[in-house]
Design a protein around this ligand. Structure first.
Ligand code: 13P
Ligand code: SF4
Length: 311
């Protein structure tokens, strides 16, 4: 038996013994997705975290996702296999900056992308994801809306809703999606003339304008399943190809950027979550994500307010 299948068996056994579940983001390595009880996008996993009866949640994703799950589940043990798995977007907005914007625009609702620390989320009115941002902003009846930290997602939301957003910070970027260019799209279109282009809204506007479909990672899976087309170019993080191969096995997916072309194809933070670290996480019950009660309650309120406005 291979080392890989041994570790999978051990993880499954530990899950049963500890009444634990693994929530895995769609960007995880192939093996990590296979041991996950649920895979999904940020929104879906946050909702799954609220609904589970398991005593323990191992969050196979970046740290802000585990923090969000911990804030939503104060009675459960939420573990991050590697708390150093950060996110360039989350790192780009701190509490003091957000407080300053709130002082300048005291009447503006604060809409934060889920890719933020729990401490900034506690200052937000709404917590959106790539699948919900357009809908939430379109429902807000306010002259000014503070939105952060992803400037690309903000540009996309502005385009779709016709509303002008106050971006905090002005130029927050995902280190993976920010590298996509129109030139890369035309190379891929020439190479794969029958493929449709699916793009994540963290990509620059020029990519989104060129795409056949724009959506969150879950929405991409749905689009690929339902489309009569057989081939797709995927403008998002490389791990997404694993989710698509597992969930849409009868179709073909080409990443817009491969690791041979650019070290930026794979998110270095998502790649930090490995089967070995998940096994250790379950065995030693590390690293427990702790969120102060008052912070968790405020962030939870913002998340629940968002679910309500979504209807
Ligand atoms: P999704 O919510 O679409 O899964 O995106 C999360 C993310 O981090 C994208 O880079
Ligand atoms: Fe953050 Fe980008 Fe990595 Fe997603 S892909 S976790 S937005 S750095």
């Amino acid at each position: 038996m291979s080392a890989q299948s041994n570790i999978v068996i051990e993880i499954k056994k530990l899950k049963r013994e500890k009444n634990a579940i693994i929530l895995g983001h769609n960007y995880m390595d192939y093996g990590v997705q296979l041991v996950s009880d649920f895979t999904g996008d940020s929104y879906d996993l946050a909702v799954k975290a609220m609904k589970t009866n398991a005593k323990m949640i191992v969050f196979a994703g970046v740290y802000f996702m585990a923090e969000q799950a911990a804030a939503l589940n104060p009675d459960k043990k939420v573990l991050s296999p590697d708390p150093n798995a950060g996110c360039s977007l989350s790192d780009s907005l701190d509490v003091d900056t957000l407080k300053k914007y709130k002082e300048i625009y005291p009447d503006a609702p604060v809409v934060l992308y889920i890719n933020t620390s729990i401490y900034t989320k506690a200052l937000a009115d709404y917590i959106v994801t790539s699948s919900t941002a357009v809908k939430v902003v379109s429902k807000l009846d306010a002259k000014n809306i503070i939105f952060g930290p992803d400037a690309n997602l903000a540009n996309y939301v502005e385009r779709k809703t016709g509303k002008k957003l106050i971006k905090v910070p002005p130029n927050g970027r995902c280190i993976v999606h920010a590298n996509y260019t129109k030139q890369l799209v035309s190379i891929a279109r020439k190479k794969y003339p029958n493929a449709l282009l699916m793009a994540h809204p963290e990509s620059p506007l020029e990519i989104l304008e060129a795409a056949d479909f724009v959506g969150s990672t879950n929405q991409m899976i749905k689009f690929a399943k339902e489309s009569p087309n057989k081939e797709f170019i995927v403008a998002t993080e490389l791990g997404m190809i694993n989710a698509l191969k597992i969930q849409v096995p009868d179709k073909v997916f080409y990443p817009l950027v491969t690791t041979e072309a650019c070290g930026c194809a794979r998110c270095p933070y998502m790649a930090m979550i490995t089967l070995e670290k998940i096994k250790r996480s379950l065995e030693e019950e590390v690293y427990e994500v702790k969120v102060p009660k008052d912070v968790a309650e405020k962030a939870k309120e913002a998340f629940e307010r968002t679910i309500k406005i979504l209807g």
